[in-house]
Design a protein. Structure first.
Lengths: 112, 111
């Protein structure tokens, strides 16, 4: 099993550009999450999904959109990137809301 | 406001000693508390979970305590090794099933 994979691993964007980060899991987990990690701020939840076709806002959702069209995939979109969105983005999945979360390797995004 | 504090940003300890990391929280009522390990350039990896009605949990050289009165969890690594060097994150799971992470403590075990 690959676990949780994320693409791409690195990306540089200019302000105003758009992009989509892809997260895939092969553990048949219902729950999937997108976090951002910034120095001194810890991991902060952007959006999450409790099942195929559902999404919900986390702690810092502004400027991001998500979709969960298939159970194994969770997409994070930035419609108009801003320098404040420079961060490392982690995807995670879990069987239930209180279970262990399995994290992907992260995507390092720089917005110039 | 809600806050999760991990005792220090960095902790250095001699190999073989016990490392103790602290997680304090305010204005949360966690149902569970989890500890994760994160190595540079990688995602966090789950280590232990402790429920609000449990005082202590052990796994090999790891021990976690949870004191809901003090609003504190302690994470111990006994007989520490250089391979234990990493950042350790605590995370609270509230009754609303949200997970909130602390900022982490970077542990360095010196040979």
């Amino acid at each position: 099993n690959a676990g949780v994979t994320q693409t791409p691993k690195f990306r540089v964007l200019k302000t105003g550009q758009s992009m989509t980060l892809l997260c895939a899991q092969d553990m048949n987990h219902e729950y999937m999450y997108w976090y951002r990690q910034d120095p001194g701020m810890g991991l902060r939840l952007i959006h999450y999904s409790v099942g195929e076709g559902t999404t919900a806002k986390g702690e810092v959702p502004d400027g991001y959109n998500v979709s969960r069209l298939k159970k194994q995939n969770f997409l994070l979109g930035l419609e108009s990137a801003a320098p404040s969105q420079t961060s490392v983005y982690f995807c995670a999945s879990s069987y239930s809301s209180v279970d262990t979360q399995y994290f992907g390797p992260g995507t390092r995004l720089t917005v110039l | 406001s809600q806050k999760i504090e991990q005792n220090s940003e960095a902790l250095n300890i001699q190999e073989g000693k016990t490392a103790t990391l602290t997680c304090n929280y305010t204005n949360y009522s966690p149902a569970y508390l989890q500890w994760y390990r994160q190595d540079p350039g990688r995602g966090p990896v789950f280590l232990l979970l402790i429920r609000e009605n449990e005082k202590e949990k052990r796994k090999e050289r790891l021990k976690v305590t949870f004191d809901t009165t003090l609003k504190q969890s302690l994470f111990h690594i006994t007989a520490s090794q250089p391979a234990d060097s990493a950042t350790y994150l605590c995370a609270l799971v509230t009754g609303a099933n949200n997970l909130f992470f602390g900022t982490g403590t970077r542990l360095t075990v010196i040979p």
